[in-house]
Ligand binder design. Structure first.
Ligand SMILES: Nc1ncnc2c1ncn2[C@@H]1O[C@H](COP(=O)(O)OP(=O)(O)OP(=O)(O)O)[C@@H](O)[C@H]1O
Ligand SMILES: [Mg+2]
Length: 378
């Protein structure tokens, strides 16, 4: 069943809560803000505390990989229930590790989409309930905006404008980023996302779940010259991608060798080389087309070491620079949600009055933060 695009649930404003707000101050638009981020879009529960003055104070992650492993993929209902089970303990641990109090936060940011409807719903209810109880803002964060901003968690982050390659389980997009919420889609996948192709190919090769890291590990033991696959859509102009045919080619090659287990590493290496080359060629094209020198790569596939080094080499050939999040912030995590929330809060965004989750939410629907500083902490 297709997920609905938008789910509206109910309306609660921090200012409507009974009793007095314990964050009874107006934001001056200058001082540091401290945000608790909650990520629950898929199969990881992430909680983090980010302070714009002090940086990342703490972050906790619970992966559901072990739970879904025996099913060969994520079971949405089980994912939602596990988020509900985990988030309170993770939040307590996160606050304790940051050596602060829960009453010291200015806002709670939660992932509002895109993602699995039930999983998003769990995090949104958690985030908004906590914000309401504390009398602080509740910020609905776009999961892909958070991925895109994740390299800024590190020192030496890029200035706008830059090109971003978003490459994850559900997305393969090239985006021109002109500012917070100012995104121009340059290229998109016409079928499978790169991470999805990694996962499906790994499954067919018998490498199991989660496929991406397992296929990447197998590829390191293989010879990429033995099975050479086409670099899809690189022989025509444009910045779109297609990985479905490559996945089929890898599976066909495996069938042709009668599923010989000795061929798995070489097929994995050939498949990975094709994905890496294709992504590199399109990123080079995007930088040249937009006359920009800074490239950001984010999302789960950005943790692929071959991809990182190939992009590093390509950007330095262009006298440019590559920015990647550290490995733990490539895949889903709470730190990027807290950071994106903090950026928007500091730029003047306030709580949405309704709890809206958007399982399908194009990045290009995003807008720069709307300044409503006066009303934010009332
Ligand atoms: N080393 C790696 N090499 C290739 N792919 C990888 C690697 N590590 C993780 N991945 C892939 O990254 C994806 C997970 O990334 P992420 O958590 O960002 O995706 P998602 O949240 O499921 O999707 P989206 O962010 O698009 O909603 C999976 O498809 C996984 O196979
Ligand atoms: Mg993700």
């Amino acid at each position: 069943m297709l997920s609905p695009t938008i789910i509206r649930v109910y309306a609660v404003q921090a200012s409507n809560r009974p009793g007095k707000s314990n964050v009874n101050r107006k934001y001056d638009g200058k001082s540091a803000v401290r945000v608790l981020g909650i990520e629950t879009s898929c199969d990881e529960t992430g909680v983090a505390l980010y302070d714009t003055g002090q940086g990342l104070l703490a972050h906790m992650l619970h992966s559901q990989v072990k739970i879904h492993e025996s099913y060969g993929g994520v079971v949405p209902e089980i994912a939602s229930r596990d988020h509900i089970r985990r988030w309170v303990a993770l939040t307590r641990e996160c606050v304790a590790q940051a050596n602060t109090g829960i009453d010291q936060i200015d806002a709670v940011a939660y992932t509002a989409g895109p993602g699995l409807a039930g999983a998003l719903f769990s995090g949104a209810v958690a985030g908004r309930t906590l914000a309401w109880a504390l009398g602080v803002s509740a910020l609905a964060v776009h999961h892909m905006e958070a991925h895109l901003l994740a390299p800024m968690l590190e020192a030496g982050s890029p200035d706008f404008p830059f090109i971003c390659l978003l490459v994850s389980g559900g997305h393969t997009q090239l985006v021109r980023v002109d500012g917070l919420g100012v995104y121009h889609l340059l290229g998109d996948t016409l079928d499978d996302a790169a991470g999805e192709a990694f996962d499906k190919t790994a499954k067919m090769l018998g490498l199991g779940y989660p496929g991406g890291p397992k296929l990447a590990k197998a590829a390191e033991q293989g010879n990429p010259e033995k099975f050479v696959f086409a670099r899809p859509m690189t022989n025509r102009p444009g910045l779109d991608f297609s990985f479905s045919g490559l996945k089929t080619a890898a599976i066909t090659a495996f069938t042709e060798v009668n599923q010989d287990p000795l061929a798995v590493n070489d097929i994995a290496a050939g498949f990975q080389a094709s994905v890496v080359d294709t992504l590199c060629i399109k990123c080079r094209r995007a930088l040249q087309q937009e006359k920009l020198h800074h490239l950001v790569v984010a999302g789960g596939v950005a943790s692929n070491t071959r991809l990182r080094s190939a992009l590093e080499k390509m950007t330095s050939e262009l006298n440019g620079e590559l920015f990647c999040p550290r490995l733990e912030f490539c895949t889903d995590n709470g730190a990027m949600i807290a950071f994106a929330g903090a950026m928007r809060l500091q730029a003047g965004e306030s709580s949405a009055t309704e709890m809206v989750i958007r399982p399908r939410w194009p990045l290009t629907d995003m807008h720069p933060p709307v300044k409503t500083v006066e009303s934010r902490f009332n």
